[in-house]
Write a protein that binds this ligand. Sequence first.
Ligand code: PLP
Length: 391
Amino acid sequence: MAISEVMPVFARTDIVFERGEGAWLVASDGRRFLDFAAGVAVNSLGHAHPYLVAALKAQADKLWHCSNLYRVAGQEKVAGRLVAHSFGDTVFFCNSGAEAMECALKIARRFHQAQGAKEKHRVITARGAFHGRTLATISAGGQEKHLEGFAPRVEGFDQVALGNLNEARAAITEETAAVVVEPVQGEGGIIPCDPQYLRGLRAMADEFGLLLIFDEVQTGMGRTGKLFAYEWSDVTPDIMALAKGLGGGFPVGACVATERAAQYMTPGSHGSTFGGNPLAMAAADAVLDVMLAPGFLDGVNAVAAKLWQRLAPIVAKYPAVFSEMRGKGLMIGLKCAKPNGEVVARLMANGLLTVAAGDNVVRLVPPLIIGDAEIDAAIAIIDRSAAELAA
Ligand SMILES: *Cc1c(COP(=O)(O)O)cnc(C)c1O
């Protein structure tokens, strides 16, 4: 057999990382990289954060797993904190972003169907969206490259152009249950939604009795400079999916909902074997300790402002390489004038890790703990790489 033992579903770069220190990663051959990929926006507090390491070690000595047959103290604590700092009233814990979205979609269907509206199951989603790789979430995302070979689609998703309220309204039928949007589209190419658009979706959802779901798997947990990206608008959703940054690198997802939306999620209606186990909750609780400390998010906004200010002239200086900079906070997209894969590879050759995204974008999603030294280093590498690519 020629197939690799690790199922070859990723086109992996030929490098192995051995350890990390803050925003830096060290490869097995000793090379050091500045990590502005952060495990695709997961290592929200960088690598080997001493406080997170201590919290996980302490929990590892006590209890890893006990199932959801029993109360889990860590879940009660983390849910309480997420509720206290969001629009939500209740939280379901799972292990990934896709599962958090599955829970959101199930809550939306059940909300209507438990009230007798058995026909309501359709969900309006945005073109270019990414909600995960399960059958339901690839159908929600609607991208051909993710659906290829996996027919039939999970039925019930209607895609509309991101930012177009008229299209969204026109897609509503008697069968529509909910509308989903990423406040900043991530995998699609770092495309921020106008607050006015989010407000319009909220009004539309209210007018037609739909539930509004925000997929904050990538935008949540301080990434945009607020704990949740929706806080930049005056809009709150009924349901929100979280994952990526929530565990700082430990796999954990959460679906946050209002009491009204989740009122029919009764015992037996949903579940997860691993979701919210004590190790995951220790990680999430430690992440929240750091992010909710006074001044932390102010620091993220200050460092993001500096990075934006330093990046803008470089983007302008190399029109043959970059055509646009967009995003919010430390979720930055550089739209490329060259193939984004070439830009990512050149940045990596010069010591900076970034991630490609849709629409020919290079994503900068550094750990939220970066400071002046990391900004200086990143800017120097981007400047040099762009000069080389432009030559
Ligand atoms: C990454 C991502 C997901 C999927 O998360 P997984 O943990 O890979 O399942 C869903 N939605 C958004 C917006 C994401 O960025």
